[in-house]
Design a protein around this ligand. Structure first.
Ligand code: NAD
Ligand code: GLY
Length: 379
């Protein structure tokens, strides 16, 4: 596919996710929303687009979006905000809306929102008439640094997070950093967990930068710090996805903290009590402590992670006493994780900060003992 006919404005950074014929660009910068119409032109040849967004994003940016898409016939689907929207019932409503409006698979779908909208709209795009093209326009820090890139799309069910879904790449990711100015602090911190993840999983120098003030600047919404974090996170993710699109190897590292985190999320229910990024923050602290507990990693590394989480007032194990009450339930939830194979528990574990690996045979008894210890400490 040819590059768009417009020149992105001079503040724009452009990265490519190299996946052969499914390659696509990520545009990062200020003012991208206003350029959306031009940037999607190569993928919206019918001039007909469906936009899936949530109420909060629509209230804040609906007008700006309408202006940006004034050259297109636009069908708007606005859903309530929140993780509980990643459900089969909601997916069906979205598909019905596309059918009622008569969308073809040559039309374009735009996911305009955070990771919930991106995952949901991306999955809808992947199955609507066996697949229609879609573009990600992420509006939260979490979605700008992580979920909009890489083609994982999914909904949740009673058995756990993201258990029904598809790998389905967008045609482009258009990231307007200006949109983050309205993000509540709690959501900003949830996104910061995924930024921190990139340092912890494979880039000790990036962790050092985050620890030496970059993290605080991101959380203070300083625009240069945000752009840098988004650029570094997306380029790391783009490289990993290009090597291992379907998570048969290195991509699993992007799940650092997620197996523990997903179990906490399921235990909390998907009603906003524990955000995904909050669960990842706690899950990464758990992964480091478990690794120390197993003699895989020096205590000093886990201490540094905990100290950084404390200094940036991120969610920590100590805040989770309610959710840690039932180690059996948490272990059961971990057993549903998609990374598991042959009934074995897979965990991403650190040897040090910036040095992680995929453990395909994590010892269940050891994990249970660790969870029990956390419960006892919390009591
Ligand atoms: P979200 O989509 O629920 O957005 C968080 C909240 O912020 C919502 O209430 C939303 O309405 C609001 N919001 C969005 N943009 C805003 C803005 N600019 N200003 C003010 N408010 C705004 O949550 P999220 O943290 O973006 O995404 C979490 C989801 O992403 C989870 O479901 C998680 O599983 C998924 N995820 C997917 C991947 C992937 O690779 N596909 C990776 C990480 C996370
Ligand atoms: N967020 C994990 C992945 O995209 O693989």
């Amino acid at each position: 596919m040819k590059s768009p006919a417009v020149k992105p404005n001079k503040m724009t950074e452009r990265l490519t996710v190299g996946l052969g014929e499914r390659s696509y660009d990520i545009y990062i910068g200020s003012g991208q929303l206003a350029q959306l119409g031009a940037l999607i032109a190569p993928f919206a040849t019918t001039k007909r687009v469906a936009v899936i967004t949530d109420e909060t994003v629509h209230n804040l940016y609906g007008e700006a979006l309408a202006m940006a898409l004034s050259a297109y016939r636009t069908h708007l689907i606005v859903r309530p905000a929140g993780e509980s929207q990643k459900s089969m019932a909601n997916l069906e409503e979205i598909l019905d809306s596309l059918f009622r409006a008569g969308f073809d698979r040559s039309d374009l779908l735009i996911a305009f929102g955070g990771g919930v909208i991106g995952d949901l709209a991306g999955f809808a795009a992947s199955i609507y008439k066996r697949g229609m093209p879609f573009v990600q326009v992420p509006t939260t820090l979490l979605s700008q640094v992580d979920s909009s890139v890489g083609g994982k799309t999914a909904i949740n069910n009673q058995f756990g997070k993201n258990l029904i879904g598809a790998f389905y790449q967008p045609r482009a990711v258009i990231t307007d950093t200006d949109l983050l100015s309205t993000l509540p602090v709690r959501e900003l911190k949830a996104g910061y967990a995924e930024v921190l993840k990139y340092g912890l999983l494979g880039d000790a120098l990036f962790f050092e930068d985050l620890n030496s003030g970059l993290g605080a600047d991101i959380l203070a919404l300083k625009s240069e710090a945000l752009s840098r974090a988004i650029y570094i996170s997306c380029s790391t993710k783009a490289k990993i996805v290009a090597q291992d699109e379907r998570e048969s190897g290195v991509r699993a590292l992007l799940n650092l903290g997620h197996t523990f985190g997903h179990a906490l999320e399921l235990e909390a229910g998907y009603d906003g009590d524990l955000l995904h990024g909050e669960a990842v923050s706690v899950g990464m602290e758990m992964a480091f402590q478990f690794a120390v507990n197993q003699g895989l990693c020096k205590a000093d590394c886990a201490d540094q992670v905990s100290a950084h989480l404390a200094a940036t007032t991120m969610p920590r194990i100590a805040d989770m006493s309610d959710l840690l009450r039932e180690p059996e339930a948490l272990l059961r939830h971990m057993g549903q994780d998609k990374k598991n194979e042959g009934g074995q528990l897979t965990l991403i574990l650190p040897r040090a900060i910036g040095d992680t690996y995929v453990e395909k045979r994590a010892n269940r008894e050891a994990v249970f003992g660790f969870l029990t210890q956390l419960k006892d400490n919390a009591a």
